[in-house]
Design a protein around this ligand. Sequence first.
Ligand code: AMP
Length: 413
Amino acid sequence: MKFTEFGFDDRLMEGIDASGYEDATPVQEQVIPLIMAGKDVIASAQTGTGKTAAFLLPLINKIITDPHEDHTNNALVIVPTRELAIQIAQHMEGLSYFTSVSSIAVFGGGDGNAFVQEKKALSHGADIVICTPGKMMAHIKMGYVKLAGLKYLVLDEADRMLDMGFYDDIMFIIANLPRKRQNLLFSATMPHKIREMARKILHDPTEVNISISKPPEKIIQQAFIVYDTQKIPLVKYLLRQKNFKSVLVFCSSKISVKQLTRDLKRAGLKADEIHSDLEQTKREEVLMYFKSGRLPILIATDILSRGIDIDSIDLVINYDVPHDGEDYVHRIGRTARAEADGTAYTLVSQKEQRKLAAIEKLLGHPVPKAEVPAEFGETPAYNPGSGSRQGDGKRNFKKPFRAQGRSGQQHSR
Ligand code: AMP
């Protein structure tokens, strides 16, 4: 379906053209007409499906064409992380470039200047506010946020927000919004708790399902069955095998990220780390270096497994086996974006074999096992059902990600 078929305002069409979009993606094709018709929508759609534009485009169009109050915040987009807030704000800037629709990104940990700018925008009224829950709640509590005329609420990556413990903050924000509004909820997965929340927030929603819980087939997936102590040497070996230009290595903990980064740097590899212990400016700098291709190896916690849009990653390494199948799909989905091909290696220690087996069940097929080079010596057999559960008895819970800084943008009418 062509974008011309949605009946968007010409100024918005200019932004769509400038962004290089021609055909709508499946989620856009289904969701945009519903939003334009004023319906509440609950959509299961993952990052990479074009879901951001699926809600931004009709919201921008409505704000341009529907009568609305000028001095109020018109739409609130609540997202789990500052990285996603920044990314949506950038999308917004591109798509709305030829319109007079204003936006601001609001998220935690910024300096005094950022706070003053946010306060000014929120008390004057921005058309579209993209925010993380905690920071928005803090502003609302101060009493100056203009919400009486708010017409649209978007909850993006709702499952992730609940995993991160934002339920109460979200409900606090919603309690301060007008009852009559249009609600849109996007979530990669639809567990019971999301449906429960949707029941409280949405009015007679239309459900759209674009979930792809299978990774693209073009990703070459391989698992290396090893002992824990073989992991770091194997990563070094794999990184030297080919001239990979852009490699994202995922670790399940900050400690592993730091240790692996240190070891790779010592081995002379151009690597850097990103995790929630770093200052906001440092994180933005590292991400920028990686996105621009100047930093070839980035080692990250799961914070980068969703929502971050980098097209040219040619290798993803799961240094630890992800907690569940959805995380695996999200992590390896960072490679082979758009037209590119990609490779995903997963390093599996003995105690992680069961986790890999669970992922294989979700995928519906085994992840091919790669031969570990002979120089690494003896390796364990893959035998996840054998009862070898050393250290595997406790469940790993996702830790909430703490916001630490800000950057944002506002362009005024
Ligand atoms: P998202 O799922 O919103 O994170 O979007 C993933 C990527 O697809 C982003 O880089 C978007 O700019 C891009 N994108 C979104 N919609 C389209 C479209 N209709 N045509 C081409 N690219 C798109």
